[in-house]
Design a protein around this ligand. Structure first.
Ligand code: PLP
Length: 387
């Protein structure tokens, strides 16, 4: 037996381990589980993308090592997409790098800019990778609680002076996982002004920009004037095109920030399979109606589920984006207790809010990644609890 490194030993306990264990037990008992726990689209990757991959995989030029920063044609497709979607101009040579899924980039980014003792401002609740990437780089995560009364936006202006002095990076993620909250351009404008004043890097995770249902499309932080001086944005094809298994994403923005991440990547990976990049170009070039079809499915599921949950006596945070519902735990239960109850009594798997950080206590997350009939079946079971 070998001893794990301090780095691994200091990782926070895996909060879902107990749920996973229970889930396996229920499945073994033959219980008809409804899994609303995972943030992974149930729909297949769009057909033209699969067809493009089939053609690309035949080409011997794709069988060799890819370029570290991604094929120029992929980076150009990213540039065109950002221009079309956000009106943001990017230089494909200096302001775009391909990622092996955005998780890879998010986890590696702090290695390029964080020294031991530096603080990284992480939202709470949040996607766990911001914190883990910080810890792996020897940095100190400092959590900014996202509170419902602030629309789940962080209050970055009231940081203690010593924390502010040591802060190197701030992470933001809107549309947000897990709360489903969105941010306005006004919020981003204040954040960028503050970051420029205090010389702090803004790292924006835009994984859910295309999962929206309102009139107003979620903005990119790079739409804000001056953002390119301090900001890098992480994006991915995973959620937009049902491509979580393909592992392709991108980081864009300030040239030095992109180059720093590139330096780390050059030393730990050798890029993504070019056939996947070629298929990704097809995805990024698809007409908007294709993505609209996916949005329509999630919209129907969200509306049906919101209504049904309200009838069951549960309080859902009202949102027009993401495929998550952020739901208040009924009085008298902790997040973990209520999620256990749902699993034991209803055969429903959900994620407890505190699994995303302490500030998530009092909530649980429902993923809309199963068909509407199954969602409504889940609510019928919840109604049986007579909350
Ligand atoms: C799904 C998700 C990602 C993207 O993951 P990939 O590695 O690109 O598949 C990034 N951030 C958040 C918040 C997510 O939920």
């Amino acid at each position: 037996m070998h001893e794990y490194s301090q780095r691994i030993k200091s990782l926070p306990p895996y909060l879902f381990a107990q749920i996973d264990k229970k889930k396996r037990e229920k499945l073994a008992q033959g219980i008809d589980l409804i899994d609303l726990g995972v943030g992974d689209p149930d729909l297949p990757t769009l057909k033209p993308v699969v067809e493009a991959m089939k053609r690309a995989v035949e080409k011997p030029e794709h069988h060799r090592y890819p370029s570290y920063e991604g094929m120029l044609s992929f980076r150009q497709a990213v540039v065109s997409w950002y221009k079309r979607r956000f009106g943001v101009e990017l230089d494909p040579e200096k302001e775009v790098v391909a990622l092996i899924g955005s998780k890879e980039g998010i986890a590696h980014f702090p290695l390029a800019f964080v020294n031991p003792g530096d603080v990284v401002l992480c939202p709470d609740p949040a996607y766990p990778v911001y914190k883990i990437g910080t810890l792996f780089a020897g940095g100190e995560p400092y959590f900014l609680p996202l509170k419902e009364e602030n629309g789940f936006l962080p209050d970055f202006k009231s940081l203690p002076k010593d924390v502010l002095k040591r802060a190197k990076i701030i992470w933001v993620n809107y549309p947000n996982n897990p709360t489903s909250a969105t941010a306005t351009k006004e919020f981003y404008r204040e954040l960028i002004d503050w970051a420029r004043e205090n010389n702090i890097i803004v790292a924006s995770d835009l994984a859910y920009s295309e999962i929206y249902f309102g009139e107003e499309r979620p903005p990119s932080i790079l739409e804000i004037e001056g953002a390119k001086e301090v900001a890098i944005e992480f994006h991915s094809l995973s959620k937009t095109y049902n491509m979580t298994g393909w592992r392709i994403g991108m980081a864009v923005g300030n040239a030095q920030l992109v180059a720093g991440l590139g330096k780390v990547k050059t030393n730990v990976d050798s890029g993504q399979f070019q056939a996947i990049q070629e298929a990704a170009i097809t995805a990024l070039s698809l007409p908007e109606v294709e993505v609209q079809k996916i949005r329509d499915i999630y919209r129907e599921r969200r509306q049906a589920m919101e209504k049904a949950l309200k009838e069951a006596g549960l309080e859902v945070y009202p949102s027009n984006a993401t495929f998550y519902l952020w739901v208040k735990v009924p009085k008298g239960y902790s997040s973990a207790e209520f999620v256990s109850l749902l699993l034991d009594k209803c055969g429903i798997v959900c994620t407890p809010g505190n699994g995303f950080g302490e500030a998530g206590e009092g909530y649980f997350r429902i993923s809309l990644t199963v068909p509407t009939e199954r969602l409504l079946e889940a609510v019928e079971r919840i109604k049986g609890l007579k909350l």
